[in-house]
Design a protein around this ligand. Structure first.
Ligand SMILES: *Cc1c(COP(=O)(O)O)cnc(C)c1O
Length: 380
């Protein structure tokens, strides 16, 4: 029997074990140990931002962002409905109303031209989500936010080492959140995240919020002689073991992403004939975006055809996956949010989208098997 092709396989470089064992032997296995500091310094250099802080997940980094901009009950936060629940939960947890705006059909990103009409006196923030590691139109979004005095929190969960007009994604907004979950391009042992602080005004308070509302970080730097409770906060530090695992991946991040790009381009080439016959649509990458091959998706005719294609691929031992059910149509989405304007693309485009298997080290043969079966499905 042929091997099944999984949808995802967590990346593994071979150095993770050695670093995790080294951390285990160091007797410093809680957060912000040597590996944690090494990872943060790597990101500080890479992103050229005010500060980066490792978190237990991207979800937690988004929650920290909501705390940092002091979201209050009744505040409104604008985001796409086509996203993961954490984007909305982070703000709903502070009592905000979520205002969903339609996506662009080409990138599935927040339509920057529809944001302004959704702004009210209660609007506090815009949360662009860089779907599939393809950047939103950050120039337009930042200009709009500055004009209206709003914060921009980037959900860059999928966007590590992606670029917009040559600058790293995650460095345009006031704050950004990146994920190291095992479904993302690199992982810190299954779960993990990063808060990116671009605005210096948030740096000190972010450290306090992350250390349970204490000034423990200042204490360790010798800036205060004892630490105490100075603000609200929670436990937003990942353990040193997670940081050690992440370091084993960071060292190889360029190799991991160029390998994913190779797979992405192989898909794109092999499926072009199907796109030319209008059987499927291939993803669009705007000229100003350098993506990180987080995902390869196709769009089929409709929900029904997608179901048939998933079943067909499954029968041929290939695991393909649909993605988000738009949040505004979910139970909690109706309670905590509203859709502003017309849902012209969010629902119909999300129903057509199918993600194909893509992981670090995916063989040419496996890619060919997937593209052959997709072609067979369409009789091409
Ligand atoms: C994966 C993901 C998250 C959540 O990341 P975790 O690290 O699992 O908390 C949030 N937003 C988007 C868009 C994601 O893809």
């Amino acid at each position: 029997m042929r091997n099944a092709i999984p949808f995802n396989r967590p990346p593994f470089t071979g150095n993770e074990q050695q670093y995790v064992l080294q951390a285990m032997g160091s007797e410093k296995i809680s957060g912000d140990g040597p590996f944690g500091k090494r990872c943060q310094q790597w990101f500080d250099r890479q992103l050229q931002c005010a500060r980066t802080l490792l978190t237990p997940s991207c979800t937690h980094a988004l929650e920290m962002a909501a705390l940092l901009i002091d979201i209050q009950p009744g505040d409104e936060v604008i985001m796409p409905s086509y996203t993961f629940v954490s984007t909305a939960n982070a703000f709903a947890l502070r009592g905000a109303k979520i205002v969903f705006v339609d996506v662009r059909p080409d990138t599935m990103n927040l339509n920057e031209q529809l944001i302004e009409s959704a702004i009210t006196a209660r609007t506090r923030a815009i949360v662009p989500v860089h779907y599939a590691g393809v950047a939103c139109e950050m120039d337009a979004i930042m200009a709009l936010a500055n004009r209206h005095g709003l914060y921009v929190i980037e959900d860059a969960a999928q966007a590590i080492q992606a670029f917009y007009r040559g600058a790293a994604v995650g460095t345009h907004g006031h704050l950004s959140a990146i994920s190291f979950h095992d479904t993302k391009n690199i992982t810190s042992g299954g779960e993990g995240g990063l808060l990116v602080i671009n605005d210096q005004e948030f740096a000190d308070r972010a450290e306090v919020i992350r250390e349970k509302g204490t000034n423990r970080s200042q204490f360790f730097r010798g800036a205060v002689d004892k630490y105490s409770w100075v603000d609200i906060g929670s436990s937003y530090l990942p353990s040193e073991l997670q940081a050690a695992y992440l370091w084993g991946q960071l060292e190889y991040v360029d190799r991991i992403i160029s390998d994913r790009l190779r797979a992405w381009h192989a898909y794109s080439e092999a499926l072009r004939p199907l796109a030319e016959r209008d059987c499927i649509q291939l993803p669009t990458i705007p000229a100003e975006c350098d993506h990180n091959a987080h995902m390869f998706y196709v769009k089929v005719k409709d929900l029904n055809e997608r179901g048939e294609l998933i079943t067909y691929l499954k029968e041929h031992d290939i695991q393909a996956a649909f993605h988000y059910v738009p949040l505004h149509s979910a139970v909690a989405g109706r309670d905590h949010g509203r859709f502003h304007g017309e849902d012209r693309y969010t629902t119909v485009e999300s129903e057509r989208l199918l993600r194909l298997p893509l992981y670090f080290g995916m063989s040419e043969l496996a890619i060919e098997r997937v593209t052959d079966e997709v072609s067979n499905f369409y009789g091409v």
